[in-house]
Ligand binder design. Structure first.
Ligand code: FE
Length: 274
Protein backbone atom coordinates (compact mmCIF):
# COMPACT_ATOMS: atom_id res chain seq x y z
CA UNK A 1 0.00 0.00 0.00
CA UNK A 2 1.32 3.46 -0.83
CA UNK A 3 -0.08 6.26 1.27
CA UNK A 4 -1.03 9.45 -0.47
CA UNK A 5 0.73 12.63 0.60
CA UNK A 6 -0.74 16.12 0.38
CA UNK A 7 -0.09 18.06 -2.80
CA UNK A 8 -1.78 21.30 -1.73
CA UNK A 9 -3.90 22.64 1.14
CA UNK A 10 -6.31 25.44 0.19
CA UNK A 11 -8.31 27.13 2.96
CA UNK A 12 -11.86 28.12 2.12
CA UNK A 13 -12.57 31.64 0.95
CA UNK A 14 -15.80 33.32 2.05
CA UNK A 15 -17.82 34.27 -1.05
CA UNK A 16 -21.30 35.86 -1.27
CA UNK A 17 -23.62 33.55 -3.24
CA UNK A 18 -27.34 33.22 -3.97
CA UNK A 19 -29.52 35.60 -1.96
CA UNK A 20 -27.77 36.65 1.23
CA UNK A 21 -25.71 33.48 1.71
CA UNK A 22 -22.00 33.26 2.44
CA UNK A 23 -20.37 30.10 1.09
CA UNK A 24 -16.89 28.89 1.98
CA UNK A 25 -15.29 27.98 -1.35
CA UNK A 26 -12.28 25.76 -1.87
CA UNK A 27 -12.53 24.38 -5.42
CA UNK A 28 -13.47 27.13 -7.88
CA UNK A 29 -11.60 29.90 -6.07
CA UNK A 30 -8.32 31.62 -6.91
CA UNK A 31 -5.49 29.14 -6.39
CA UNK A 32 -7.67 26.09 -7.20
CA UNK A 33 -9.95 27.04 -10.08
CA UNK A 34 -10.73 23.38 -10.78
CA UNK A 35 -9.63 19.90 -9.78
CA UNK A 36 -10.58 17.65 -12.70
CA UNK A 37 -13.32 16.32 -12.68
CA UNK A 38 -14.45 18.63 -9.83
CA UNK A 39 -15.37 22.20 -10.67
CA UNK A 40 -16.49 23.74 -7.39
CA UNK A 41 -16.80 22.90 -3.69
CA UNK A 42 -18.79 25.15 -1.38
CA UNK A 43 -19.52 24.71 2.30
CA UNK A 44 -22.72 26.69 2.76
CA UNK A 45 -23.70 28.14 6.09
CA UNK A 46 -27.05 29.82 6.66
CA UNK A 47 -27.70 31.07 10.17
CA UNK A 48 -30.92 30.17 11.97
CA UNK A 49 -31.89 33.85 11.94
CA UNK A 50 -31.13 34.48 8.25
CA UNK A 51 -34.77 34.35 7.13
CA UNK A 52 -35.35 34.78 3.41
CA UNK A 53 -31.86 33.81 2.34
CA UNK A 54 -31.05 30.89 0.07
CA UNK A 55 -30.55 30.10 -3.57
CA UNK A 56 -33.56 31.30 -5.63
CA UNK A 57 -34.10 30.14 -9.22
CA UNK A 58 -30.94 29.90 -11.31
CA UNK A 59 -29.81 27.82 -14.31
CA UNK A 60 -27.12 25.16 -14.79
CA UNK A 61 -25.79 23.40 -17.88
CA UNK A 62 -23.04 20.88 -18.57
CA UNK A 63 -22.29 19.26 -15.19
CA UNK A 64 -23.74 17.58 -12.09
CA UNK A 65 -24.18 18.85 -8.53
CA UNK A 66 -24.21 16.88 -5.30
CA UNK A 67 -25.56 18.50 -2.15
CA UNK A 68 -24.87 16.89 1.22
CA UNK A 69 -26.39 18.32 4.40
CA UNK A 70 -24.79 18.41 7.84
CA UNK A 71 -27.55 20.30 9.67
CA UNK A 72 -30.85 21.96 8.84
CA UNK A 73 -32.82 21.22 5.68
CA UNK A 74 -33.21 22.62 2.17
CA UNK A 75 -35.84 22.18 -0.53
CA UNK A 76 -34.89 21.71 -4.19
CA UNK A 77 -37.37 22.52 -6.95
CA UNK A 78 -36.58 22.44 -10.68
CA UNK A 79 -37.95 22.96 -14.18
CA UNK A 80 -37.87 19.21 -14.86
CA UNK A 81 -40.68 18.88 -12.29
CA UNK A 82 -38.61 17.53 -9.42
CA UNK A 83 -39.15 18.62 -5.83
CA UNK A 84 -37.14 17.22 -2.93
CA UNK A 85 -36.26 18.16 0.61
CA UNK A 86 -33.09 16.96 2.29
CA UNK A 87 -32.00 17.17 5.91
CA UNK A 88 -28.95 16.21 7.99
CA UNK A 89 -26.96 13.35 6.50
CA UNK A 90 -29.04 13.32 3.31
CA UNK A 91 -27.94 14.05 -0.23
CA UNK A 92 -29.27 15.08 -3.58
CA UNK A 93 -27.66 14.52 -6.93
CA UNK A 94 -28.71 16.68 -9.85
CA UNK A 95 -27.55 16.16 -13.41
CA UNK A 96 -28.01 19.53 -15.10
CA UNK A 97 -27.14 18.07 -18.52
CA UNK A 98 -28.42 20.30 -21.34
CA UNK A 99 -30.15 22.63 -18.93
CA UNK A 100 -32.17 23.01 -15.77
CA UNK A 101 -33.37 25.91 -13.64
CA UNK A 102 -33.72 25.21 -9.95
CA UNK A 103 -34.02 26.77 -6.54
CA UNK A 104 -32.51 25.54 -3.27
CA UNK A 105 -34.12 27.20 -0.27
CA UNK A 106 -33.95 26.58 3.49
CA UNK A 107 -36.95 24.88 5.09
CA UNK A 108 -35.76 24.37 8.67
CA UNK A 109 -36.31 26.99 11.34
CA UNK A 110 -34.34 27.78 14.47
CA UNK A 111 -31.29 25.79 13.44
CA UNK A 112 -28.18 26.73 11.51
CA UNK A 113 -28.09 25.21 8.06
CA UNK A 114 -24.79 23.72 7.03
CA UNK A 115 -23.98 21.58 4.02
CA UNK A 116 -21.80 21.04 1.02
CA UNK A 117 -22.29 21.46 -2.67
CA UNK A 118 -19.85 19.85 -5.07
CA UNK A 119 -19.93 20.39 -8.83
CA UNK A 120 -18.83 17.36 -10.82
CA UNK A 121 -18.06 17.80 -14.50
CA UNK A 122 -19.67 15.79 -17.29
CA UNK A 123 -17.64 14.40 -20.20
CA UNK A 124 -18.29 16.21 -23.51
CA UNK A 125 -20.45 13.31 -24.73
CA UNK A 126 -22.83 13.71 -21.75
CA UNK A 127 -23.06 17.49 -21.39
CA UNK A 128 -26.27 17.84 -23.40
CA UNK A 129 -28.10 14.82 -22.00
CA UNK A 130 -31.50 15.30 -20.35
CA UNK A 131 -31.50 16.62 -16.76
CA UNK A 132 -31.96 14.17 -13.90
CA UNK A 133 -32.50 14.41 -10.16
CA UNK A 134 -32.10 11.92 -7.32
CA UNK A 135 -32.52 12.56 -3.64
CA UNK A 136 -31.16 10.11 -1.15
CA UNK A 137 -32.87 9.74 2.24
CA UNK A 138 -30.80 9.12 5.35
CA UNK A 139 -31.63 5.44 5.60
CA UNK A 140 -30.48 4.72 2.04
CA UNK A 141 -26.92 5.86 2.75
CA UNK A 142 -25.01 2.91 4.21
CA UNK A 143 -22.62 3.28 7.14
CA UNK A 144 -19.53 1.22 6.40
CA UNK A 145 -17.31 0.04 9.25
CA UNK A 146 -13.58 0.40 8.60
CA UNK A 147 -10.59 -0.15 10.90
CA UNK A 148 -10.93 2.77 13.33
CA UNK A 149 -13.53 4.69 11.37
CA UNK A 150 -17.03 4.62 9.96
CA UNK A 151 -17.94 6.04 6.56
CA UNK A 152 -21.35 7.09 5.32
CA UNK A 153 -21.08 6.26 1.64
CA UNK A 154 -23.16 8.49 -0.67
CA UNK A 155 -21.67 7.24 -3.90
CA UNK A 156 -18.79 5.14 -5.15
CA UNK A 157 -17.13 2.06 -3.68
CA UNK A 158 -15.37 1.69 -0.33
CA UNK A 159 -14.28 -1.57 1.35
CA UNK A 160 -16.29 -3.57 -1.19
CA UNK A 161 -19.56 -1.72 -0.59
CA UNK A 162 -21.32 0.72 -2.90
CA UNK A 163 -23.19 3.95 -2.24
CA UNK A 164 -26.80 4.35 -3.44
CA UNK A 165 -26.33 7.14 -6.01
CA UNK A 166 -26.08 5.49 -9.38
CA UNK A 167 -25.30 6.29 -13.00
CA UNK A 168 -23.09 9.27 -12.30
CA UNK A 169 -20.90 9.90 -15.35
CA UNK A 170 -17.56 9.88 -13.51
CA UNK A 171 -18.69 7.46 -10.74
CA UNK A 172 -17.03 9.33 -7.89
CA UNK A 173 -16.41 8.23 -4.33
CA UNK A 174 -18.16 10.55 -1.83
CA UNK A 175 -17.81 9.48 1.80
CA UNK A 176 -18.51 11.21 5.14
CA UNK A 177 -15.91 9.70 7.48
CA UNK A 178 -15.87 9.78 11.29
CA UNK A 179 -12.80 8.51 13.13
CA UNK A 180 -13.64 6.21 16.05
CA UNK A 181 -10.32 6.46 17.88
CA UNK A 182 -7.29 8.74 18.16
CA UNK A 183 -4.06 7.95 16.38
CA UNK A 184 -3.19 6.70 12.92
CA UNK A 185 -6.00 5.44 10.72
CA UNK A 186 -5.64 4.25 7.14
CA UNK A 187 -8.47 4.70 4.64
CA UNK A 188 -8.25 3.24 1.12
CA UNK A 189 -8.49 5.65 -1.84
CA UNK A 190 -8.69 4.50 -5.48
CA UNK A 191 -5.25 4.80 -7.11
CA UNK A 192 -4.97 7.08 -10.11
CA UNK A 193 -8.04 9.10 -9.13
CA UNK A 194 -8.14 12.76 -8.23
CA UNK A 195 -8.80 12.77 -4.47
CA UNK A 196 -9.27 15.28 -1.68
CA UNK A 197 -10.16 15.56 2.01
CA UNK A 198 -12.22 18.31 3.66
CA UNK A 199 -12.27 18.61 7.46
CA UNK A 200 -15.71 19.17 8.95
CA UNK A 201 -15.03 19.66 12.66
CA UNK A 202 -11.36 19.35 13.68
CA UNK A 203 -7.80 19.62 12.43
CA UNK A 204 -6.08 16.40 11.36
CA UNK A 205 -2.76 15.27 9.94
CA UNK A 206 -1.91 13.52 6.68
CA UNK A 207 1.61 12.18 7.15
CA UNK A 208 3.42 15.10 8.79
CA UNK A 209 1.16 17.79 7.35
CA UNK A 210 -1.42 19.44 9.59
CA UNK A 211 -4.73 20.33 7.92
CA UNK A 212 -7.25 22.72 9.53
CA UNK A 213 -11.00 22.22 9.18
CA UNK A 214 -12.77 24.24 6.48
CA UNK A 215 -9.91 23.66 4.04
CA UNK A 216 -9.35 21.24 1.20
CA UNK A 217 -6.36 18.90 1.21
CA UNK A 218 -5.70 17.69 -2.34
CA UNK A 219 -3.87 14.36 -2.30
CA UNK A 220 -1.04 13.04 -4.46
CA UNK A 221 -1.46 9.56 -5.95
CA UNK A 222 -1.47 6.35 -3.94
CA UNK A 223 -4.01 3.74 -2.88
CA UNK A 224 -4.68 4.90 0.69
CA UNK A 225 -4.39 7.87 3.02
CA UNK A 226 -3.00 7.75 6.57
CA UNK A 227 -4.84 10.11 8.90
CA UNK A 228 -3.67 11.09 12.36
CA UNK A 229 -6.34 12.82 14.40
CA UNK A 230 -8.43 12.88 17.53
CA UNK A 231 -11.38 10.56 18.01
CA UNK A 232 -14.61 11.94 16.45
CA UNK A 233 -12.78 13.89 13.76
CA UNK A 234 -15.13 14.05 10.81
CA UNK A 235 -14.14 14.71 7.20
CA UNK A 236 -15.22 14.24 3.63
CA UNK A 237 -13.23 11.97 1.32
CA UNK A 238 -14.00 12.52 -2.36
CA UNK A 239 -12.30 10.93 -5.37
CA UNK A 240 -12.92 10.34 -9.08
CA UNK A 241 -11.03 9.65 -12.27
CA UNK A 242 -10.16 12.86 -14.13
CA UNK A 243 -11.98 13.52 -17.41
CA UNK A 244 -9.01 15.17 -19.15
CA UNK A 245 -11.01 17.48 -21.43
CA UNK A 246 -10.81 21.26 -21.83
CA UNK A 247 -13.09 23.28 -19.53
CA UNK A 248 -14.81 26.50 -20.56
CA UNK A 249 -17.00 27.98 -17.82
CA UNK A 250 -19.11 31.03 -17.30
CA UNK A 251 -20.97 31.22 -13.99
CA UNK A 252 -23.44 28.32 -13.84
CA UNK A 253 -22.55 26.98 -17.31
CA UNK A 254 -19.61 24.61 -17.85
CA UNK A 255 -18.81 23.43 -21.37
CA UNK A 256 -15.65 22.47 -23.29
CA UNK A 257 -15.16 25.48 -25.58
CA UNK A 258 -15.80 29.22 -25.60
CA UNK A 259 -18.06 28.69 -28.65
CA UNK A 260 -20.25 26.32 -26.62
CA UNK A 261 -20.45 28.88 -23.80
CA UNK A 262 -21.43 31.56 -26.32
CA UNK A 263 -24.12 29.24 -27.74
CA UNK A 264 -25.37 28.56 -24.19
CA UNK A 265 -25.61 32.30 -23.45
CA UNK A 266 -27.44 32.76 -26.78
CA UNK A 267 -29.88 30.02 -25.75
CA UNK A 268 -30.34 31.64 -22.32
CA UNK A 269 -30.86 35.13 -23.70
CA UNK A 270 -33.29 34.00 -26.42
CA UNK A 271 -35.57 31.71 -24.45
CA UNK A 272 -34.11 28.49 -25.91
CA UNK A 273 -32.31 27.30 -22.79
CA UNK A 274 -34.68 24.53 -21.73
FE1 FE B 1 -27.73 25.44 -8.24
Amino acid sequence: MSNRKISIIVPAQAVPEGKGVTVHRTIGRAGLSELDPFLLLDEMVIGADDAGTGFPEHPHRGFETVTYMLSGSMRHKDTAGNVGEIGPGEAQWMTAGRGIIHSEMPTSEGVDIRGFQLWVNLPAADKMKPPRYQDIPYGDIPTIAGDGYIARLVTGELLGENGPVSEIAVNPLFADITLLRSGKIIVPVPAGHTAFLYGINKAYQVGDDQVPPRAIAVLKDGNAVELTAEKDTRLLLVAAAPIGEPVARYGPFVMNTREEIKATLDDWNNGRFL
